[in-house]
Design a binder for this molecule. Structure first.
Ligand SMILES: Nc1ncnc2c1ncn2[C@@H]1O[C@H](COP(=O)(O)OP(=O)(O)OP(=O)(O)O)[C@@H](O)[C@H]1O
Ligand SMILES: [Mg+2]
Length: 299
């Protein structure tokens, strides 16, 4: 009887439709590269369970004092799902970089809180925050920020070196292969094109298997073809590797690679688009620009 119950239990488990399987692992600090179940769950249309990859609670960031105060972020409440690709857009000066830096623990909010994987980071001690950034967050910058004196492979391994963990050369080679640079590990960054350098930067951002990759205008310095390749890689990091990507961009075509676009205006959230296409993103940006010029006229 007990045996039969056991077997029934086993059958029930094995016969459970794929769509009922948990979309995400309980803990996401070490996604199983190169194939992560989170990505499969996400592409199957799942909503991720709490905690979110990144959560902002009433995040305010002001610069300066008194009459010189700049309200860069005016109270952002936001939840970014695990295994998602989010683009952040808005007019120049709307707070996009400030948002990214607060969300990534590179800057501290004036008030409010930021949670990474459910853990509050806004008031972490500086050494803990540095450690967290090195081990749990990846960065891609507009200007690549590779160290010119190191080889490409050494650049990819740098986050592990800084974090004081074993340098995984096999993973570095695997990531360089994934970004289309399998034979470039011994070169210096100066011997690569801009697009190739940015692909190295993406490999570097993924080497620690971070919970979130933050990218600030990653295609801003690239031509259309190189930009397309970088965007395809970020998309693949989400779909195949289970990464979570948050990308600031000015480009509606770049934003259309994301699952969701958030719009910022004057330090506040000003709407969002799901499954964006370039036309609808451009139209929303034009609306924001029009609203801003009306506000300027009214002021
Ligand atoms: N270190 C700083 N000191 C003073 N003001 C700052 C500082 N950093 C940003 N700001 C101000 O905060 C506001 C938001 O800046 P932020 O760089 O986040 O905008 P952005 O949306 O990234 O703009 P862009 O598209 O031009 O990169 C702007 O008014 C900017 O001048
Ligand atoms: Mg900026």
């Amino acid at each position: 009887m007990a045996l039969r119950r056991d077997r029934t239990h086993t059958e029930t488990r094995t016969k459970r439709p794929r769509s009922e399987a948990p979309a995400y692992p309980e803990h996401h600090t070490a996604p199983a590269y190169p194939e992560h179940p989170a990505a499969q769950g996400y592409s199957a249309g799942f909503q991720p369970p709490a905690p979110a990859a990144v959560e902002l609670r009433s995040v305010v960031r002001t610069y300066g004092r008194g009459s010189n105060t700049v309200h860069a972020l005016r109270g952002i409440d936001l939840s970014l799902p695990r295994g998602g690709f989010t683009a952040v857009m808005g007019p120049s000066g709307s707070g996009k970089s400030t948002f990214l830096q607060c969300a990534a623990g590179l800057d501290r909010p004036t008030s409010g809180d930021v949670l990474l994987g459910g853990e509050s980071i806004a008031r972490l001690r500086e050494d803990r925050l540095t450690e967290l950034r090195r081990s749990r967050i990846g960065f891609v910058f507009q200007s690549f920020n590779l160290l010119p004196s190191l080889t490409v492979a050494q650049n990819v391994l740098l986050p592990q070196r800084l974090a004081g963990v074993r340098q995984d050369r096999a993973l570095a080679q695997q990531l360089l292969t994934e970004v289309g640079l399998p034979a470039h590990g011994d070169r210096r960054p100066g011997q690569l094109s801009g697009g190739q350098q940015q692909r190295v930067a993406i490999a570097r951002a993924l080497i620690t298997r971070p919970e979130v990759v933050f990218a600030d205008e990653p295609t801003g310095a690239l031509d259309t073809q190189a930009a397309q390749e970088v965007l395809a890689l970020l998309r693949r990091a989400v779909d195949s590797l289970g990464a979570t990507v948050v990308m600031v961009t000015h480009d509606p075509v770049a934003a259309s690679h994301a699952d969701r676009v958030l719009f910022l205006a004057d330090g506040a959230l000003a709407g969002e688009l799901h499954r964006p296409d370039p036309q609808s993103v451009a139209a929303r940006m034009a609306d924001l620009a029009t609203a801003r010029s009306f506000a300027g006229v009214a002021a």
